[in-house]
Design a protein around this ligand. Structure first.
Ligand SMILES: Nc1ncnc2c1ncn2[C@@H]1O[C@H](COP(=O)(O)OP(=O)(O)OP(=O)(O)O)[C@@H](O)[C@H]1O
Ligand SMILES: [Mg+2]
Length: 185
């Protein structure tokens, strides 16, 4: 079982990568007035048919051949529903897939968000051919990291080079701190 939502995000984003996406958007929103934590993962990968989509929330469905049981999506769904939250997948073949999980922020069963910066950093540096847009919103504050903008500034320096990798790490940490003031989500 996963203990941090950031690990669920890593897992669900890896589905997007396996689906051939070259653009993945991840949005984390904390809205204390609404008592919600909302996590969105949207990709432009192969998408799913209606039949696939119906089965994807069922743990005994997977297109994987190495292992019979796919659990990434069901875990994420269960984590949201067990807080009285909601879970939704919208998918269109040839267009992409969007997964939206909403958690009741204050619910005792809500797993901690965990190290989202590490998830984003890992995704970016291990998948340099994919563009990521990450938005972190805390009440009225927010910041966005867009790898396309980084690429434009960096010209041909790869995102996984030691200097850039370190820069991305610091960018995430500094901006998160400015956005949530160190609030433990
Ligand atoms: N973003 C997506 N785009 C296209 N298909 C997807 C996407 N997410 C999930 N799927 C389909 O749903 C199946 C189930 O996904 P899930 O994450 O639950 O399990 P898995 O990836 O097969 O295995 P695990 O996550 O446990 O390693 C996948 O095998 C894939 O066929
Ligand atoms: Mg998976």
């Amino acid at each position: 079982m996963m203990t941090e939502l950031s690990l669920n995000v890593l897992d669900v984003a890896n589905n997007s990568i396996r689906a051939g996406a070259d653009l993945i958007e991840i949005i984390v929103q904390i809205q204390r007035e609404l008592d919600t934590l909302t996590i969105t993962i949207a990709d432009n990968g192969c998408g799913m048919t209606k039949e696939q989509l119906q089965k994807v929330e069922d743990p005994f469905f997977t297109t994987r051949t190495t292992r019979k049981i796919g659990l990434g999506v069901p875990f994420f769904k269960m984590a949201a529903l067990s807080t009285g939250g909601t879970f939704r997948i919208v998918s269109t073949v040839g267009v992409g897939t969007t997964v939206i999980a909403q958690f009741k922020l204050s619910h005792i069963d809500r797993m901690p968000l965990g190290d989202m910066n590490s998830t984003i950093h890992t995704l970016i540096t291990l998948n340099t051919q994919i563009n990521f847009v990450y938005t972190y919103q805390f009440d009225c504050n927010q910041f966005t990291l867009n790898t396309r903008e980084f690429r434009e500034i960096l010209n041909d320096v790869p995102l996984n080079s030691p200097e850039v990798s370190e820069y991305i790490k610091e960018f995430l940490e500094e901006n998160q701190n400015e956005t949530d003031g160190g609030y433990l989500v």
